[in-house]
Design a protein around this ligand. Structure first.
Ligand code: 5RP
Length: 234
């Protein structure tokens, strides 16, 4: 297990209080958090959690974290999730694990979002990590054209898009929601809010991996501690 990811996860755990309804993110850092949360639950902490992917649900069950269906909770107090990139304004790229649609549904419904990362995820400008875009398989090539235009017109340095494949080569990756993922190599996304808006207007785009104005706290794991950075929102 990565020590820096573990330090980020343990620091995020300090924000969790008994009685909370939590959103549980996806990815390797989120899974370390879920395991540690399971220990707290075993020690008597009373929480209930909504998972953002099938894989996260399996991890939570294994760790003994009680789960709730998203439609059975009326609010989510706090979501803890990982990210692929974080910029100085706390804008994120997410979706490296192909869970971005459900992650965004839960983050958007949460009172607060804490992002747990290692220092390599902190960037001056988003875009080196290919931007994941979840699209309906129907008319995917037409959607990809519109994605290209949206990226170019909002100033992205590049806009080359590839359809994400299964690791075993068996065909396109299918998300938990039954969609495809386009990965767009933008290199630089200088206007993330504009790009997010343009992508949201394309009917075939189910959701994109730009998380704008959603993260409240970034916890950066270091070798021997974690840095907690809080954004002061107006
Ligand atoms: C999944 C995600 C993950 O949070 C992101 O890919 C980071 O993963 P990891 O903690 O394994 O680096 O967005 O869709």
């Amino acid at each position: 297990m990565s020590v820096v990811k573990e330090n980020a996860a343990m620091a995020a755990l300090e924000f969790v209080e008994s009685g909370m309804t939590l959103g549980l993110g996806s990815g390797s850092t989120a899974e370390i958090f879920i395991e540690a949360l399971g220990d707290r639950v075993a020690g008597g902490m009373k929480i209930v959690a909504v998972p953002t992917s099938k894989r996260t649900a399996e991890c939570a069950i294994e760790a003994g974290v009680p789960l709730a269906e998203p439609d059975k909770v009326d609010r989510i107090n706090l979501t803890i999730d990982g990210a692929d990139e974080v910029d100085p304004a706390f804008n994120l790229i997410k979706g490296g694990g192909a869970c971005l649609l459900r992650e965004k549904i839960i983050a958007h419904a949460s009172d607060r979002m804490i992002v747990i990362v290692d220092g390599t995820k902190m960037v001056e400008m988003l875009g080196a990590f290919p931007l994941p875009i979840e699209v309906d398989p129907f008319g995917m090539a037409l959607t990809a054209e519109q994605v290209f235009d949206a990226l170019k017109t909002t100033g992205c340095e590049e806009a080359q898009t590839v359809l994400r494949q299964m690791k075993d080569g068996s065909g396109p990756l299918i998300t938990d929601g039954g969609n495809y993922i386009l990965d767009s190599k933008c290199r630089k996304i200088p206007n993330p809010a504009d790009t997010a808006l343009a992508l949201s207007q394309i009917p075939g785009v189910m959701e994109h991996g730009l998380f704008i104005d959603l993260a409240d706290v970034i916890v950066v794991g270091e070798a021997d501690h974690a840095r907690v950075i809080e954004l002061a929102r107006d």
